[in-house]
Ligand binder design. Structure first.
Ligand SMILES: [Zn+2]
Length: 358
């Protein structure tokens, strides 16, 4: 074999390797471990960035760190700067956007906000939403050089905690042609931490979302249902639909996170959230109480799945926006939970982008 043919053969083997559309189980497991490593770097202030309160230097540092990670894997992330008004002041933030190539021009958007809140009480935004960001980063790393059926756009939103500013700015800047290319949007906001892993769709009642143009709104649950189905294929704890409760049919959620702007533009959305809708919380079965772990209640009554005394309870089993939303506290309270939940979330999203069923 002359040298030229030999090199061509190597190139061919390389190309064939790139066309293998499914990742090995080892790669998926490794991506889950990496997602946890990135969560440590992003949210643990003793070794990494820590709290990223909206409008602070921490938020800006996080945006830069996300770009640096992506650039290190050979991507060319774009930064979309935007401004918004808060309490009479002009504020600025940015979304970080990267698109993974696909065989079709059509796009699947996966989004996660990187700002955090609850800093004054000690939150480092580990579950809300360092975990969503870290999952998407591990995905980007695992999928570098892979062939995907559709383009996958990862959008890291700024300023979610002060009125979903990043996702609103992102969607507002899309042309109708760009909007038309988006097949689905999956929002990862607090995908770990709570007792049970859920996937939601948008709400069947548009008035819950208050879209500018109600006629465009979509609550098509097909993305949610695909994710639930993929999670039932083994190697992970299956994700579930939340039971119905007043105002919210089974598996349907409100407009309080970054999926809402996409649903208002007619894009089928899904929302991954870890909480516990079986608890009778401060306002009923609304998913705001995330855990039955008695350490997060003044007094938890396991029989009624509620406070021993509803009049005097002050804690209600909440993790997000509290002193418990940091990796050191989560490790004490729930040994191994975050590692295993983020691995499941990463595995599920890898399955989805390789076989979205759309
Ligand atoms: Zn959040």
């Amino acid at each position: 074999m002359n040298k030229r043919i030999f090199l061509s053969s190597l190139l061919l083997v390389g190309l064939l390797g790139c066309n293998d559309s499914s990742l090995s189980p080892d790669v998926a497991a490794q991506a889950g471990d990496k997602a946890f490593d990135y969560l440590v770097e992003l949210s643990d202030g003793s070794v990494g960035i820590g709290a990223r309160a909206t409008g602070t230097e921490g938020e800006t540092r996080a945006a830069q760190w996300i770009q640096d990670q992506l650039t290190g894997w050979g991507y060319s992330p774009e930064v979309q700067a935007f401004t918004y008004t808060r309490r009479g002041s002009q504020m600025s933030s940015q979304n970080v956007v990267v698109t993974l190539p696909g065989q079709s021009e059509q796009v699947i958007v996966l989004g996660a906000h990187y700002d955090s809140t609850g800093v004054s009480v000690g939150s480092e935004g580990a579950t809300d939403n360092g975990a969503g960001v870290s999952t998407l980063l591990a995905l980007a790393e695992a999928l570098a050089g892979q062939s995907l059926p559709y383009r996958v756009r990862l959008v890291f939103f700024g300023a979610e905690e002060v009125g979903k500013q990043g996702s609103n700015a992102y969607v507002a800047a899309l042309s109708s042609e760009q909007l038309g290319q988006i097949l689905a949007m999956v929002n990862l906001d607090t995908p770990v931490g709570g007792d049970i892993l859920y996937v939601h769709s948008a709400h069947s009642d548009e008035s819950e979302y208050g879209c500018d143009d109600a006629s465009r709104y979509s609550f098509d649950p097909k993305v949610r249902d695909r994710l639930i189905g993929l999670s039932q294929q083994g190697d992970m704890t299956p994700f579930v639909l939340h039971p119905s409760f007043p105002g919210y049919p089974e598996g349907e959620t409100g407009s309080w996170s970054d999926h809402a702007a996409f649903a208002c533009q007619g894009i089928p959305v899904a929302y991954l959230e870890a909480t516990n809708f079986d608890i009778n919380g401060a306002d009923g079965y609304d998913g705001y109480s995330q855990t039955t772990n008695a350490a997060l209640w003044d007094c938890y009554d396991a029989d009624s799945k509620s406070a021993c005394d509803r009049e005097s309870e002050t804690q209600w089993g909440k993790i997000w926006h509290t002193q418990y939303d940091r990796l050191d506290r989560m490790a004490e309270l729930f040994p191994g939970r975050i590692e295993s939940q983020i691995a499941d979330t990463t595995r599920l999203m890898l399955r989805f982008v390789q076989d979205p069923g759309l």
